[in-house]
Every structure is written in C-alpha cells, then in structure tokens.
Write a protein that binds this ligand. Sequence first.
Ligand SMILES: Cc1cc2nc3c(=O)[nH]c(=O)nc-3n(C[C@H](O)[C@H](O)[C@H](O)COP(=O)(O)O)c2cc1C
Length: 302
Amino acid sequence: MVNMEVNLGGLKMHTPVATASGTFGYGFEYVGAVDYSKLGAVTAKGIRLEPWPGNPMPRHVEVPGGLVNAIGLQGTGVEHFLKYTVPWYRKQVADVPMIANIWGGTVEEYAEVAARMGDTVDAIEMNVSCPNVKAGGHTFGQDPKVLHEVVSAVRKATTLPLLVKLAPNVPSVVPYVKACEDAGADALSLINTIPAMVIDIETRRPVLANRTGGLSGRCVHPAAVKLVYDAHNATKLPLLAMGGIYDAKDAIEFFLAGATAVAVGTATFTDPGVVAKVCDGIAEYCERHGFLSVSQLTGALV
Ligand SMILES: Cc1cc2nc3c(=O)[nH]c(=O)nc-3n(C[C@H](O)[C@H](O)[C@H](O)COP(=O)(O)O)c2cc1C
C-alpha cells in the first residue's frame, strides 16, 4: 500500500489530488458523480468581497487541446459564501478539505476577504492574476513588490495555510516565488491560465465578448511543468501544480518536477471522473517504481 498523504504547507491531504478553482463549482455540485474519497482537497470558485457578475457571454471557446475562458470571476461574494456555500459543502462533503480561492481589486479587499473567512475553510489560495484598481489595472501577480504587499496583508489577516497562485505570463517565475516566500506564504499554486485570444475570421470579431481570455487544458501542460520545475528550484515551499492534467502521467510529471500535490481543472469538464483515475494511477505508478509514499516522488527527477 502506497502512502498517499501529503502536507501542503499545513494543509493535510489524504490524497495528493485536488480540484482547480473555477472548474469544480463550489465543490458540492459533483456529489454522486465523483468519488470524493479520492480527492485530497477541493478548491472553490474564486470569491471576492461583494457578489460579482463576471463577463458577458460568450465567455468560453474550445481550441485544439484546450479551452479559452473569460468567465470573469463570477461569484457570490464572501457573505453568501460563508452563510450558505461553506455550511452546505460541509454537510454534503464532510471529510474533504476546502480551499477558498480569493481575489480582490485592492490589497485591503484581499485582506478583508481572508479575515472574513476566519477558520471556516481549511486553506486560502490567493488568485493574484486580477487587476489592481489602484495601479491602473496592472495585475497583482506581475509585479514582485505589489505581490509581496498583497501576500503580506493576507498573511496578517489569516492563520490558515496560505497558498499563492502564480501567474504564468512572467519572464521568470523566480522573483515572484521569492516575494511570496518573504511575505509568509505557506505554499504556491501554479499555473493560472495563460492570456489568449480567438478570432472569428468571418465576422472579424473576437469570439469572446471580453475579447481576450485565459488558455487552459492539455495544451498548457508542458509550459506548466517547466514553471513548476523553475519554482521548485527556487524554493522549498510546497507546490500545488496544475495545468493540463488529463491522466496520471501528466500528474506524475508535475511531482517529478517538484510538486507536492496536483490539481485537475479543465479535464473535469469532459470527464468529472478524471480526478479518481489520476489518483489511482499515481498509486499504481508508485507501487510499480518502488515508492512507498507519494511524497518521495516530489522532485525525484533524475
Ligand atoms: C472556466 C475556468 C474558470 C476558472 N476560474 C478560476 C478562478 O475563479 N480562480 C482561479 O484562481 N483560477 C481559475 N481558473 C484557472 C484554473 O484553476 C487552473 O489554474 C487553470 O485552468 C489550469 O489548469 P487546467 O489546465 O487543468 O484547467 C479557471 C479556469 C477555467 C478553465
């Protein structure tokens, strides 16, 4: 029997497989369709302080090997999340930890959302790939100084395990990894979607109402593996890796590159059962290669 437990910066997961934010609703919607015993954690859809409508439709389009989405972080707001979503999740899914994914328009908003979470959830993941309204709309995750500031503010506001989800569209991930480490993050998530655009050549219009969106799915996987590898070489912080996991092989690549745990995203749209298959496949690989524990896979690249 392979020991599948991992510790992701203080978040204890009984399997190393989580769901990625925005691809698994608020976590309870798949009860009856997915074997939750194979899930080490569920990451909920992004939440800010107030309800947020997201972008107009159309807001997603399939591309070869993936998806471009511009959902625009539609969400219920923190009050509804704490009053209805979390209690309902706990009732439906008693024993799978919930990671709340938070975002905001200002440093103060991030800190307030984190503080409001209290200890109702099991960990917080900060989505820093959203515009800083006080800095002309530049995203928090693309300036190491600003990233340090927002992570420090959230660190002061919560004692929960704190994950920061890094943006992939930076020349080098290393300064961002260091900024998060210095600011007190417990773990890093990577990658978020890659900025992308699809054009309908007949209408000469962008397909998405928002014009641009974020690319995810199989096609981003090799880029994600490289970023996880770079991050692992720059820090001892545990990494939650995501980006194009469709089977156990994709997940195992992430472990070898340095991940402590993995998250499945876009693949669940075509097969919600992928998470369970990925979990079983990792255990089978460990057995076949003589690893007693999945944690021995982390960074085991030769
Ligand atoms: C439809 C959709 C919605 C998403 N919403 C969020 C979100 O609310 N917060 C966030 O941090 N990431 C969000 N993401 C990014 C995913 O969590 C994940 O980082 C990315 O899709 C890469 O993984 P994948 O290729 O397995 O999907 C979203 C992705 C998709 C496809």
